[in-house]
Design a protein around this ligand. Structure first.
Ligand SMILES: C[S@@+](CC[C@H](N)C(=O)[O-])C[C@H]1O[C@@H](n2cnc3c(N)ncnc32)[C@H](O)[C@@H]1O
Length: 270
C-alpha cells in the first residue's frame, strides 16, 4: 500500500472501526467478538498469529527456559485458542492458559479436549487490565512463571500500569516473565504487504482490527517506562526477532518485527 488512495482507504477504515468498535480499552468485548468469528485455526487457518509451535513457542523456549524455576506453574497469558499452551504443557508440569475472551477460552478447551496435554492444562477467562484479578489467581496458584506472546502490544496506554502490576502480582517472589511483542512498526509492515480486504490490509489482519482492537506495539521506550530498572531485572532481551504469521492471502507468511524480554521483579519492589 503506497498511494494516497490507499492511505485514504486505510485511515477511513481505521476511523470506521473505532466508531463501530468503541474504545480499544474494551478488551473483553472486542476480543470476544473477534474470537467468535474464528472457524479455522492453525497454520492453514484464519487466525493471523496461530502458527505451529515449532515456529513460535518452541523458539521462545530456547530464550527463556534456562531462566525459569521449572517447579512453578506456567501461565500462558493471553493464550487465545491454546495452541502454544498445548506445546508448553509438553515441557512444563502445569500450564494455566488465561485469556480475556470467553470465546477464546471455549475454543482452547475444545481444541485441547482429547489431546495428551489435556490433564496438564487449565483454562480461565481472566483480564490483566482489571485490578484484583491477578491477586485472586495468585492466591489460588501461588507464584507462577508467565509466557506472553503478542498481548501487551494491544494494551492501551492508560491500562499499561495496571497490566504490569497484574504481571508482577502473578510472578510473586519467584516467577519469571517472558514476553515477545510486536514492535511499533508492525502495522506498517502489514500495510506494505499485498492487501486483500476493504481496508487494504491483509484479510487476516483486517479480521482482527475491524472489531476495534487497536495494536500499538511495544518499544524500547515502553520497556524503560513500564519495566524500570529499579523495579525489574532484565535477564535477557533481544530486538532482532520476528513473529511469523500463518500464510496470508498472497500465499506466504509474514515476518513481523518483534522484541523479547526475560524479566523478574526486584524482590521487595513489587
Ligand atoms: C494476538 S493474540 C495472541 C494469542 C496467543 N498468545 C498466541 O500467541 O497464540 C492476543 C490474545 O490476548 C488476549 N488478550 C487481549 N487483552 C487481554 C487482557 N487484557 N487480558 C488477558 N488477555 C488478553 C486476546 O483475547 C488474544 O487471545
Amino acid at each position: 500500500m503506497n498511494t494516497i488512495t490507499d492511505a485514504v482507504k486505510f485511515y477511513s477504515h481505521v476511523l470506521l472501526f473505532r466508531f463501530k468498535g468503541g474504545s480499544p480499552r474494551e478488551y473483553r468485548r472486542q476480543w470476544d467478538s473477534y474470537w467468535r468469528t474464528v472457524n479455522a485455526t492453525g497454520p492453514g487457518g484464519e487466525v493471523l498469529w496461530d502458527n505451529a509451535p515449532e515456529r513460535a513457542s518452541a523458539e521462545d523456549m530456547q530464550r527463556f527456559a534456562a531462566h525459569l524455576d521449572p517447579g512453578l506453574p506456567l501461565v500462558d497469558l493471553g493464550c487465545g485458542n491454546g495452541r502454544q499452551s498445548r506445546f508448553l504443557a509438553r515441557h512444563f508440569q502445569r500450564v494455566i492458559g488465561v485469556d480475556v475472551a470467553p470465546a477464546a477460552i471455549e475454543l482452547a478447551q475444545r481444541e485441547t479436549r482429547g489431546t495428551p496435554e489435556e490433564g496438564k492444562i487449565d483454562y480461565r477467562v481472566w483480564n490483566g487490565a482489571v485490578a484484583g484479578e491477578a491477586e485472586a489467581l495468585h492466591a489460588e496458584i501461588g507464584d507462577a512463571n508467565i509466557y506472553m506472546r503478542t498481548v501487551f502490544h494491544c494494551v492501551q496506554a492508560p491500562d499499561r500500569p495496571c497490566f504490569v502490576a497484574s504481571l508482577a502480582a502473578l510472578l510473586g517472589d519467584r516467577g519469571t516473565l517472558y514476553q515477545i511483542e510486536l514492535n511499533r512498526s508492525a502495522l506498517d509492515t502489514f500495510r506494505k504487504l499485498p492487501g486483500d480486504s476493504p481496508s487494504g490490509l491483509p484479510e487476516l489482519v483486517h479480521k482482527v482490527v475491524k472489531n476495534g482492537i487497536h495494536p500499538i506495539g511495544f518499544s524500547k521506550q515502553d520497556q524503560e517506562r513500564y519495566y524500570p530498572d529499579d523495579r525489574w531485572i532484565v535477564l535477557d532481551q533481544g530486538d532482532a526477532v520476528a513473529i511469523e504469521t500463518v500464510r496470508l492471502g498472497h500465499g506466504a507468511p509474514a515476518l513481523v518485527p518483534a522484541n523479547f524480554l526475560v524479566l523478574r521483579p526486584r524482590r521487595g519492589r513489587r
